[in-house]
Design a protein. Structure first.
Lengths: 496, 99
């Protein structure tokens, strides 16, 4: 469960926010000591803001509490006086010798959080990001002594059963899911969370995901498939799929997928999406089989990972095709189709022909007299970031530049920007982000507040398009356009 | 905001914090302490002691003349933060922390 607070910056509110932080962290699954450390970090940040950012003036700070199965992140934003943390280095000798404790608070924050990031966004304010990881035991630490994967898999084969029970997953299934992943993939499954039963348990408890588990009549788990819900829109990602090797080719994946689609309709989701990796066609073909259509090609979504039993065992880039399945009849084309990609986007929307998408009932809308509103989320594991523009407003270019600059110290591998398609300003915005080295990624249907967005991407390392395999016509078309834009960008870089 | 209970007796101020040892608690204790030379704080109900509270205590103990500080029931994070600030070697914890 995510939370968002708007605070009047006053010394009296610090204790209340520390209390909330502590309780929220405990409810999300942190142990009490770790929760107290996060509450201390929050106290230190807010104390600094109170004493130095606003001093005797009135001011506001906003706090976002974000959860994922591997970590929690707390983001504090304020627009008080400028501040440069580099100038506040704590020196214990100086503290004792000269009674000068400059930097003590920042040192406390750095050491008590697992990761602390300060982003200076100039006129758009400052951001303090506090991250605490869950330290739950790995499945290998949970398994009983003498547990042997080979003999377990052998047992699957020898006791192979024909009848199965498919039920929604509960927190009690967490350890069985982790065992199933370990039995089926050893250490090669790309989503690390699934090797930690408590992470699975808290994710199910926090309603971060829901899924389905297949058991034999004797209760042995042989299949699992889950949907991770978006926190920003009523859509979910089909992900985390596994079937025990001895039970493959029996239609279990199909049964689970149909089950998940039905569960998602009951949850009231507007759509499902799958991120099919492009190092092979299997996942893209599976998605196509169930009616998913390709809408975007997201390059370098994750860092280096190792896959077992694949031709390329070491991959330095994982790109994905975004496949989307609408679950609602209330989906319209957006008010503005960007001029630069009219044909492509028309083709993408034309894939969803049952029923055919109608034009937006809303007229294009200009936000030029409004305040620019955009947010940044960072994936620390893959070192990628996403900027979501909610409102272009009057200061889009300046705010975009400042946000991009604030990420320079993070050493990102890729950065994405999602542009809303309800304002004709998108045409100028595309030109501007292209000037800053971005290229197309594609359409992100229903991705934020149930609206369609155009995604652009900036890649900080060389891309070999021969490694990217696409299945559908639309995905192929996306790849061609993105490859051309990438080549143009390289040429401009060489000329410069 | 009631963040503490206290008892004044001559040169001594005894505090029982009902919340965390933070900026507000430092301000209240500082006001209550006046020129007393002995401070006893019970941290039974505190989840943490922040850096300002540690600096406050450090300065009291190193003032001229010094204030005698005694702490009971400190949370684990108090010791962690002392270590982070590298003050654990400087503070006479055997005398400060009451068993």
């Amino acid at each position: 469960m995510e939370a968002h607070l708007l605070l009047e910056v006053k010394p009296e509110m610090i204790g209340s926010v520390s209390d909330f932080t502590y309780k929220w962290c405990v409810n999300m699954g942190l142990d009490r000591q770790s929760a107290a450390r996060m509450a201390l970090c929050m106290d230190e940040v807010l104390t600094n803001i109170t004493l130095y950012a606003f001093k005797d003036e009135n001011g506001y700070a906003e706090v976002w509490y974000q959860y994922s199965p591997s970590e929690i992140e707390i983001i504090v934003q304020e627009k008080g006086e400028p501040f440069d943390p580099e100038k506040y280095t704590y020196d214990p000798d100086r503290a004792i010798r000269e009674n000068d404790f400059k930097g003590a608070s920042l040192e406390a924050i750095r050491q008590m959080a697992d990761q602390f990031l300060f982003l200076n966004r100039g006129k758009d304010g400052k951001e303090y990001r506090l991250i605490k990881k869950f330290h739950f035991p790995h499945i290998m630490e949970v398994l009983p002594a003498g547990y042997d994967v080979d003999s377990e898999n052998q047992r699957d084969k020898s006791e192979s059963e024909e009848d199965f029970l498919i039920t929604p997953v509960t927190v009690d299934d967490a350890e069985d899911i982790a065992k199933l992943i370990y039995r089926s993939y050893s250490y090669s499954y790309p989503k690390e969370d699934l090797y930690f039963p408590r992470r699975i348990e808290t994710a199910i408890r926090n309603k971060y995901k829901y899924g389905t588990i297949v058991r034999t009549v004797s209760g042995r788990p042989v299949g699992y498939f889950a949907v991770v819900k978006s926190t920003d829109s009523m859509i979910g990602e089909v992900t985390e799929a596994v079937v025990s090797p001895a039970y493959r080719n029996r239609g279990l994946m199909k049964k689970m997928m149909l089950n998940l689609i039905e569960m998602s309709r009951q949850e009231g989701l507007a759509g499902l999406f799958g991120m099919a990796i492009t190092n092979h066609l299997f996942s893209q073909k599976v998605n196509a089989k169930y009616g998913f259509k390709s809408t975007a090609l997201i390059i370098s979504k994750s860092g280096r990972r190792r896959f077992k039993a694949m031709e390329k065992s070491f991959l330095d880039m994982i790109s994905v095709v975004l496949d989307f399945l609408p679950l609602t009849d209330h989906w319209h084309k957006p008010p503005v189709i960007p001029e630069a990609y009219t044909d492509l986007l028309s083709g993408i929307y034309a894939q969803f022909d049952e029923p055919e998408l109608s034009a937006s009932p809303n007229a294009p809308y200009s936000s030029r007299n409004e305040k620019t509103d955009m947010s940044l989320s960072i994936n620390y594991e893959s070192r990628s970031a996403l900027i979501v523009v909610k409102t272009y407003g009057a200061g889009f270019v300046e705010s975009f530049n400042r946000m991009l600059k604030s990420t320079e110290d993070i050493k990102l591998t890729s950065i994405y920007i999602d542009l809303p398609m309800d304002d004709p300003y998108i045409n100028k915005a595309i030109t501007r982000v292209k000037e800053m080295g971005f290229i197309l990624s594609g359409l992100m249907p229903f991705f934020h507040q149930e609206k369609d967005f155009l995604r652009m991407q900036k890649l900080y390392r060389e891309i070999n398009f021969d490694d990217i395999e696409t299945f559908s016509d639309c995905a192929g078309q996306l790849k061609n356009i993105i490859r051309n834009e990438y080549a143009e960008l390289q040429e401009i870089g060489q000329e410069a | 905001m009631n963040t503490l209970n206290y008892k004044k007796s001559g040169r001594k101020l005894e505090i029982t914090l009902t919340g965390d040892f933070n900026l507000n608690a430092v301000k209240r204790i500082s006001d209550l302490l006046d020129d007393r030379k002995e401070l006893v704080i019970d941290l039974q109900q505190s989840r943490f002691v922040n850096s300002r509270a540690i600096i406050f205590l450090h300065r009291l103990m190193n003032s001229e003349p010094p204030v005698k500080v005694q702490i009971s029931n400190p949370p684990k994070i108090f010791f962690e933060l002392l270590q982070v600030l590298d003050l654990h070697k400087n503070w006479k914890l055997d005398e400060i922390v009451q068993p």
